[in-house]
Design a protein around this ligand. Structure first.
Ligand SMILES: NC(=O)C1=CN([C@@H]2O[C@H](COP(=O)(O)OP(=O)(O)OC[C@H]3O[C@@H](n4cnc5c(N)ncnc54)[C@H](O)[C@@H]3O)[C@@H](O)[C@H]2O)[C@@H](O)CC1
Ligand SMILES: [K+]
Length: 223
């Protein structure tokens, strides 16, 4: 099995997008559908999607949109400054705003208290806070939200990486989301594989990154 660290995965993403011209939005969409296929929609009908403002968050918003498209009940919790959001995040947020009334920008203590209260009513929580972009310890409101998510007994799915885990070293950069399922994109991450507690609940999904991107970055194979 191929194992990649954060840097290698980000280089492969970048090669696919910038050299092989695979649209980033397509990868985000494929990532969202890769998670959707693991959700039993007969069993789960009320979702909380917790997003950061990067492309892990974009994956989460694309999933929210696909759930809303089927009239599922979705609440979206946004952490971080939307002004700093990625393009793919912004585009998916625009559509979610047309489909969803329950979008919460979590900034204050009161917001956290309301989030904690509301999470008791959903039946599935999606962790789309951080993926391969996590580059420092999780602190402040992010750390509080991870704790809130971990303290509520609900089925949890992490997109790509359980937020708080360093995808290269397997180190906990603060409290890590204790998800029931991790859906990692395209290649197994070293940091997940080396921690049995994460490896055993992780599935790998192909999101359409060309093998040529993987071979070029990992083995230097160029035309
Ligand atoms: N275009 C792409 O690169 C693709 C990315 N994908 C998804 O996007 C993720 C990578 O996205 P990004 O590179 O935007 O990064 P993330 O979405 O993982 O992180 C979001 C942002 O959080 C900030 N951050 C990092 N550590 C933090 C901390 N401790 N506290 C507060 N903020 C912190 C960083 O500025 C980072 O840009 C992947 O894990 C995957 O889920 C996939 O959709 C495939 C395509
Ligand atoms: K995540």
């Amino acid at each position: 099995m191929i194992l990649v660290d954060k840097e290698k995965m980000r280089a492969i993403d970048s090669y696919a997008i910038n050299v092989l011209k695979v649209p980033a939005l397509s990868l985000v969409e494929r990532a969202s559908l890769a998670v959707l296929k693991h959700i039993n929609l007969n069993k789960f009908g009320y979702f909380a999607i917790v997003v950061g403002v990067g492309n892990n968050g974009a994956d989460g918003l694309a999933l929210a949109r696909n759930l809303l498209a089927r009239y599922k009940d979705v609440e979206i919790y946004i952490l971080g400054d939307v002004e700093k959001a990625s393009e793919e995040f912004r585009l998916n947020l625009e559509s979610c705003q047309m489909l969803c009334e329950e979008i919460f920008y979590v900034q204050s203590i009161e917001d956290l208290e309301e989030m904690e209260r509301r999470l008791n009513n959903v039946n599935l929580i999606v962790d789309a806070i951080f993926g391969t972009g996590l580059n420092r310890p999780v602190t402040g409101i992010y750390a509080t939200v991870v704790s809130i998510i971990n303290n509520v007994m609900k089925y949890k799915i992490s997109i790509d990486i359980p937020s708080g885990l360093d995808a290269s070293t397997g180190q906990d950069l603060g409290e890590v989301v204790d998800s029931d399922l991790i859906v990692t994109m395209q290649l197994m991450k070293k940091g997940i594989y080396e921690r049995e507690i994460y490896k055993k609940k992780c599935v790998i999904e192909d999101i359409g990154i060309p093998q040529k991107a993987i071979d070029s970055v990992l083995y230097g194979l160029v035309d």
